[in-house]
Design a protein around this ligand. Structure first.
Ligand code: SF4
Length: 265
């Protein structure tokens, strides 16, 4: 059978469209969120909207912060690059008040607040900009409000890092494994070229345990379900004035800070 040039171009065009549509369908199938088929056990902790409160009034010593950071980083195999800030990986860390809350500045802020380090972590925003820009859906919102990260799906484009207004994500420029002090075999290590961040301890929630940082804080932090009006976290937020980072951006962070006023017993 012979075909002329016009017919050849028509068939070639249709073939390309077919391949394109097929490829797009394959892509849509492959980026189906990982949680969709997952059924948590009965003992798993569940919520409609997980959140964390950090009561900075209760953090008094350097050790208070260190214990919390160490608890998170040790169980999650977060590498320690020492003073090498260029390659630093952090899930929870401290920053000064000015850089944590740049729009809360005024010259009358009490020194006790202004000079106190602030614990920072992923805000698990309701409207998380990172999840909108990720081309492979390696980062995505779970129905319980957690902003999750699938390391295997991450292609290292770092769009999420550019989109996050809180600097909550780190990129593995180097192989992190030689820099992990004691590998926790219960949690995956990462590879070069992958972005990572706080995961709200999803692996612990599935086992019926709360976030490790909250546990290590010994009452200075709290987690709970914002959607439950009878939850302890809601009572705490009702009774204590809280602030969030960069609320003007409309991302609706799920990490609340209590910075002043009478301290709860
Ligand atoms: S919630 Fe879990 S992963 Fe997130 S900072 Fe706390 S301990 Fe780390």
């Amino acid at each position: 059978m012979s075909i002329n040039r016009r017919e050849f171009l028509k068939y070639a065009g249709l073939t390309c469209i077919g391949v394109g549509v097929g490829g797009a369908q394959l892509f849509v199938t492959r980026v189906k969120p990982a949680f969709s088929d997952f059924k948590p056990a009965d003992y798993a902790l569940k919520a409609k909207r997980w959140a964390i409160v950090i009561d900075l009034r209760k953090f008094k010593t350097e050790e208070d912060y260190k214990k919390v950071i160490e608890a998170c980083h040790s169980i999650h195999n977060v590498p320690d690059f020492g003073d090498d800030k260029q390659h630093e990986i952090k899930w929870i860390w401290t920053e000064d008040f000015e850089h944590s809350f740049p729009h809360q500045q005024n010259k009358f802020i009490p020194k006790t607040v202004e000079e106190k380090p602030v614990l920072l972590l992923c805000n698990h925003c309701t409207y998380a900009p990172c999840t909108r820009v990720c081309p492979t859906k390696a980062t995505f919102k779970r129905p319980d409000g957690i902003t999750a990260q699938d390391y295997h799906r991450c292609i290292g484009c770092r769009f999420c890092m550019a989109a996050c207004p809180y600097g909550a994500r780190s990129f593995n420029w180097l192989d992190p494994r030689p820099h992990i002090r004691h590998v926790n075999p219960e949690f995956p290590t990462r590879t070069p070229g992958v972005v990572e961040k706080c995961n709200f301890c999803v692996e612990r929630l599935d086992l019926g345990k709360g976030p490790a940082c909250v546990e290590a804080s010994e009452g200075k932090m709290m987690y709970g379900d914002l959607a439950d009006p009878n939850s302890e976290i809601r009572r705490y937020l009702d009774e204590n004035f809280s602030i969030r980072r960069k609320p003007e951006l409309g991302t609706q962070p799920a990490v609340f800070y209590i910075i002043g006023g009478e301290e709860d017993a």
